[in-house]
Design a protein around this ligand. Sequence first.
Ligand code: UFG
Length: 350
Amino acid sequence: MKKTVLVSGGAGYIGSHVTVELIEAGYDVVVADNMSNCDMTCFEGVKKITGREDIPFVKMDFCDAAAVEDLFGRFKIDAVIHFAAFKAVGESVAKPVMYYKNNLGSFLNVLEAAQAHGGCNVLFSSSATVYGEAEKLPVTEQSPRLPATSPYGNTKQICEDILRDTVKATHAAGATGAINGIALRYFNPIGAHPSALIGELPRGVPNNLVPFITQTAIGKRECLSIFGNDYPTPDGTCLRDYIDVVDLAKAHVVAVARMLNGKMKADYEIFNVGTGRPVSVAELVNSFEKVNGVKLNYRFVDRRPGDVTAIWAETSLANEELGWKAERSVEQTLASAWAWEKHIAESNKK
Ligand code: UFG
């Protein structure tokens, strides 16, 4: 029997890539999204890539407890991957109540409904932001979580804790309603599907580096600002671990399989999902120019408040336990990001 995976926030950037990989791995997928930060472009792209017109899509808000309960009643859900959340760091500083209400509320509703329907496997989309400015690099899953510097980051930490506590309590309570949990801590997801049919579609001015680069290259933005060239790093710009979104999506598939096949070593597990390779902002910009043969207009400006100097992942746990490894090079990923930006420009002309 095919297993069914619910992908909350499945019409968004990472959710759509994960949906594709799940379907290609043979799962049935239910996509649910309130469309607050996306349109149907990616969901339509998912249908094209997979050749599946019949993927169930539910437009709903995970903050609506009755709607979540109803969803679990309509489908027999074997695993949930929870993406539905707000994700802009700066906005979370300005609107903390909105962030806590949305990011915690939606997750609590999922856990409540999952328990009420006999238990479930829950994969939570966490972030390297939980490590803050780490003293020792690369960070392992055992590295300390430092106090979050934004409400957004805090919601990731709190949701990890909610999942950990729920897993523990439901297992202690006995067989029915047990929740198994995995938190995947993503580093910096970038790039797009090789088909260029799905990718990141930021609304308004992008906060993140790669969409800003591609929008500058295509002429939507005049100039990329590189935030700081006086960091204590080899070239003075920040170091990050940029993970290809398709590689990242594949990590979800193996993590879900681990839960469904009873392969977990503990009822709650955490994995870093990165490449293990630090790349500086300047290096990324140079690689983008080189691999795509375009000249980018950029300048160095002051540091952006809240940025950590450097963070990259120790990936051996995911490599060994999940049997997963990032495969695509930064160059391939930057080429896919550029192909996606050009695809959007073409579609907008039509
Ligand atoms: N950067 C620029 N110019 C830009 C945008 C970004 O120079 O226009 C730099 C940043 O200063 C940083 C690097 O590019 O050094 C990466 O920045 P991103 O905004 O792309 O990514 P972050 O590392 O800041 O963000 C990631 C995730 C968030 C998470 C955050 C925690 O995207 O979800 O880490 O720090 F919350």
